[in-house]
Design a protein around this ligand. Structure first.
Ligand code: 9L3
Ligand code: MG
Length: 135
């Protein structure tokens, strides 16, 4: 059996807006919007991995909450999960991304409809819209 690696992504909602980050690489997805994050190191918990990734990518300190229900198989040995996160310190800036932006539910729907979200992340849209409606 191949060990399964995990990619963690942060679902950060504040004031009814969701934080999205615009990928700068690879070419197939450069310019598309994602929930920021990256690969957990072997032995690293999902929560620690997300805190580290968001510190590196956005320059923010977060606390990590519950996972979204959907997980996405990126490859046979790589699974993508989203964890809700809350910014405790810092203002998100695009360190590795092209840009970051806060979107409301309508903007998220529009980005999804026009194919501007990275394909892997589209599974989360219904759950994210539900979160945006209540927080
Ligand atoms: N990925 C997909 N959706 C996301 C994130 C953070 C990552 N929201 C995919 C892109 C790469 C892999 O996971 O194939 C590792 O991510 P990264 O380290 O390139 O951010
Ligand atoms: Mg990343």
């Amino acid at each position: 059996m191949t060990a399964r690696r995990v990619v963690v992504a942060g679902a950060i909602v504040a004031d009814r807006r969701l934080l999205l980050a615009q990928r700068s690489y690879p070419p197939e997805v450069a310019g598309m919007w994602e929930l920021p994050g990256g690969k957990a190191e072997p032995g690293e918990s999902r929560e620690s991995a997300l805190r580290r990734e968001l510190r590196e990518e956005l320059g923010v300190e977060v606390t990590v909450g519950a996972a979204l229900k959907e997980s996405v198989a990126l490859r046979h040995d790589l699974v993508l999960v989203a964890l809700r996160a809350h910014i405790e310190d810092g203002t998100p800036r695009a360190v590795e991304h092209r840009a970051v932006r806060w979107v409301d539910a309508d903007e998220l729907r529009r980005l999804h409809a026009e194919g501007s979200l990275v394909p892997a992340d589209t599974a989360w849209v219904p759950e994210l819209l539900a979160d945006l409606a209540k927080r």
